[in-house]
Every structure is written in C-alpha cells, then in structure tokens.
Design a protein around this ligand. Sequence first.
Ligand SMILES: [Zn+2]
Ligand SMILES: [Zn+2]
Ligand SMILES: [Zn+2]
Length: 166
Amino acid sequence: MTLSKEETYECPRCAGEAHSDDDFCTHCGELFLEQVPCSVHPDRSAKGACIICAIPFCPECGGWIGRSFLCNQHSGYEIYEEHVRVFGTNDTLQAEYARSCLEKAGLHPIIFSRKASPLSLGAPDYTLFRASGDFDGHIVNELKVMVPAQEVPEAEKRLKGLDLIK
Ligand SMILES: [Zn+2]
Ligand SMILES: [Zn+2]
Ligand SMILES: [Zn+2]
C-alpha cells in the first residue's frame, strides 16, 4: 500500500487520521462534507455522523457526547478510547468466551476492567458516565467487552446469536 500525503489528513476536530474520500471522521463523527442531510429529516442538515452506525444526523437525532458524535439510539453506550462496550459481566470465563467468539468473527474486541486498567474516571474521552460525571446506571466494576465503534452492529449480532445479550 502506498498512500501519498494527499490521501490522508488530520481531522480538524480530533486530529485523528482521515482519508480524502471519507465523508466523515470515523474517530469522532465530524462531517467533512457541507450540507449533508439528516437521515431522518432530509430537509435538515446533519451536524455529525454517529461513530457506531456511521449515519449522519441533525441535532435533534444525535449530538456530541464527550469527543464523539452519537445518534440518540447509541448515545447511552459506554465509550473508552474509541472502543464501545457491547457486553458486561462479572464472570471472567464468560467475558473471555465473548471476547474469543468476537475475535473468531474477525472483530477486534478488548476486555476492559477498571481494576486492570489504570485510568482516571471522567477523562474527557471517557463516556462511561456520559462525559458529564453523572452516574446513569452503568456498572463500573464489571468486565466490559468492548469493540471499535464501527464493529458494534456486527458484534451485537454475534452476541445475540450466542444468547449473551438480548
Ligand atoms: Zn475526528
Ligand atoms: Zn448510531
Ligand atoms: Zn434529524
């Protein structure tokens, strides 16, 4: 692969790597095109693309949470460093089972444990508490199986097939 300098550039919002033919930043959801319509309201312009479903939405249908643009359906998801929680458990074997199944499906899961991962809760890119610091029912001390944002729809399909999530 030879990528010339013209073909990649920095997202102006998050400084993540973007490609010149991208419509939006896959790291944060910033739109690179002008006048992109909301997928629900074609007469309104979108303000970002959800990093999980990769669909553009207007401010009524989505919004910025921390550093990421998320649609209303995905706005409650827990996100840490561009990984999104798709499954949580206190059972180490179950977490490992979920991880290995997702890996076999070609995805890139990680297991996030608060005990094992030194991080300060409430960092700007950490939306376990929806960036605001408010507890909204998420469990902190579980093992969280997380996948890159774009892999969430596929990971959820797999986990439902395993009866691990509804
Ligand atoms: Zn970005
Ligand atoms: Zn979404
Ligand atoms: Zn809309």
